[in-house]
Design a protein around this ligand. Sequence first.
Ligand code: ADP
Length: 465
Amino acid sequence: MTRTVLLHVVISTEQDVFAVRRQGRHLGAALGLAGQDQIRIAAALSEVGRRLLAALGPVVVDFVLVKELVVAEPDREVRPVSLELRSTAQGAAEDDVVADMALTQGLLDDWQVDRTQRQTTVTMARALPRAAANLGSDEIDAIRADVRTLTAGTAIEELAEHNRQLLATLEEVQAQRDELARLNDELTETNKGVLALYAELTEELAATNRGVVALYAELDQRSEQLRVANEAKTRFLANVSHELRTPVTSVVGLTRLLRDPESDPLTAEQDEQLALVDVSAHSLLGLVNELLDLAKAESGRLAPALERTDLKAIFDTLRGTLRAFPRADATTLVVVDPVGVPAPVTDPILLTQVLRNLITNGLKFTPAGEVRLEAAWEPTGRTVELSVRDTGIGIPPAEHERVFEEFHQVRHALQATVTGTGLGLPYARRLVQILGGTITVDSAPGAGSTFTVCLPLNHEGVAPP
Ligand code: ADP
C-alpha cells in the first residue's frame, strides 16, 4: 500500500471549515468523483471539522491518496485506490460529540473514530475511480497547487454554493426517479406482453398436441385396417391356390395319361395341342405353388428350423442342382466356396430357397456373362453377407423397391422370353425376414444386378414384425 499526502490543512476558525469543505469538494472533482460524491465528501468533512473544532479546538486535516498494491484478495472487496480524510484534534471528545459526528457515517465508505486521552481522530475514506491510481507525481503536484490556492468564501457565498449544489443534486435525483418510473412502466408493459405470448404459445402447443394425438389415433386405426386387409389377402390367396391346386394337378395328370405311349394313339395335331395344355398346366401349377408358399410365409405360421449351418454344403447343393437350369450359352454360374466364413445359426432349407431364387433370376436375366454367388464376413461384425451378382440387363433404380412387390415385373424385351410369376422376390424377402435378416438390391440398367442377403450370425428365432 502506498500513501501520498495530498493536502495538510488546519481548521482554527469557522471560516476554515468552509475552506476545508471547498477543498474537499475540489479534490474529489480532481480525482474523478461525480457531483454527488463530491458533495458527500464536502458535507462529511465540514460536519466533522465543525464538531471537533467546537468541542476540542483546532483540527488538523490530512487528505491522503491510498493505493492498494495487492488487488486480488479472495475474501475482501479491495478498493485499488481511495481518498482518506483524517481529522485530528487534541483531547478526548465527549460521547455526544462522537455520536453527532457519526451521523456522517453513511456518506462515505469507511468511517472510524479513535479516541485517547490525548487526541481524537476521525478517519473516513471514499473509493476513487480506477483512473486515479494512474496519476503521476506531476499531476498530483498540479492538483495540490490548485486546491491549496482555494480560500473560503464568505458564509453567505458558501451557503449560496451549498444551495446550488443541493438543487443540482435534487434535480439529478428527480431525473433518476423519473427514469426509474419510466423503466418500471416499460417493464410492466413487457411483462404483460410476455405473459400474453406465453399464453398464446401454451394454447398453440396444446392445439398441436391435440393434433398429434389425433394423428396417432388415426395412424393406429389405419395400420390396424392394413393388417386386417393383409390378412384377408393372404387368406384369400391361400384358399384360392388351394382350391386351384387339385384341378390343375388333375389336368397335368390327365394330359400325361393321354400322351402316354401306352394309351390310345393320338393324331399329331392332338399330341401337339396336348403338349401346349401340358405346358400351360405346368406353369399354372408353378404359380399356384408359389402363391401357396408366399401365403404360408406371410401368414406367420412358417417357423424357421434353426441350426448351425454349413454354408459350403448349401453352396455345393446349389452348384449341383442349378447346373441344369436353362441359361444362355454365354452365361456361366460361378459359386465361390465360402472359405473362412463362420457358420450362421439359421434355417438351411429356407436359405437355400432364397439363394436359388436369386440365382435363377440372375441366370434368367443375364444373356451373356456370369452369375456369381459369394459369401462375405466382417471379422468384428455379427452378420454374414451372401451376394448374388450378375452381369445381366440390370434394374432401373426406380424399380428397386417395386421388384419386391407381388406380381411386379420390370418391362424389358427379355421378359417375354423367360418364365416367371413376379412372386419370387417377395417370397425371398419374406423368408429372409423370417431368418432375421435383410435383402437389398444394387443395380442399374446394363450394369448387372447384385442382390445381397444379410443374415445374423446367431438368429434367435424371433421374426421381425
Ligand atoms: P419373376 O418370377 O418374374 O422372376 P421375381 O419376383 O423373382 O419374379 O422378380 C421380379 C422382377 O424383377 C423380374 O420379373 C424382373 O423383371 C426383375 N428382376 C429380378 N431379378 C433380376 C435380375 N437379376 N436382373 C434383372 N431383373 C431382375
